[in-house]
Design a protein around this ligand. Sequence first.
Ligand SMILES: [Zn+2]
Ligand SMILES: [Zn+2]
Length: 266
Amino acid sequence: MFWDTHMHSHYSGDSEASPRDMIESSIQKGLAGICFTDHLDLDYREDPGYFDLDFEHYQAEILALKDEYRKKIEIRWGIELGLHPHVADQNIEIIKAFPWDFVIGSTHLVDNIDIYYPSFYEGRTERSACRRYYESILENLTTDVDFDVYGHLDYIVRYLPSKGKTVTYEKYADLIDEILRKLIEKGKGIELNMAGYKYGLGHPNPTEDILRRYRELGGEIITLGSDGHKPDQIAWDYHRIPALLKDAGFDYFTVFKNRKPEFIKL
Ligand SMILES: [Zn+2]
Ligand SMILES: [Zn+2]
């Protein structure tokens, strides 16, 4: 019954997986549906063009596979769009230009640096790095980029020197609450991204307390994804999902079709 609506194929700069292999693995894992969400991060200065996306070939291949596999699994076509205020206008155009089912807006770059790189943390305390990260999300929320859910909301914990062991919701509650309220006000959701378990964090992204807080504040849209970049990462640790959702106050999850949310009961 579950869906995995955050996954990458070789159309993403950091994946070599064929879409067909991702689909075959999804069927083996018993998923009802999936959505491809390959990366686009404009103005990626460390390696220009690395996170560009070949829209036409990506669209043609996924739509052909969607048709071929229609009796076995439902396949949708989306994008994980790297948000950054100075590329907002280009991102707005890209969202309008193609018939996406689903758009994840994510922060990978803060002040033009990929927070995956240790250089982002040089000269910063953990607290100042985290505060700057959450402030940059608020800056993205002042733009008119019309995404559906914010990806891996506490993404920075994956790469902190402490691996997030000392990071709690409470420490950044002022910024996180402001982000969650703005998302809800804009009619946008968040995702339950299971890659935190893959990275050995022992938690999803965002952590359980942030998921719960989102629901408490009135958040309703919650999508599920492994953020898999290889076939064997699909539906990563999905056995944990019913408890994670229920503990956060959800008895359903959300999938998107033609940019419209659909709610699937647990
Ligand atoms: Zn991402
Ligand atoms: Zn991703």
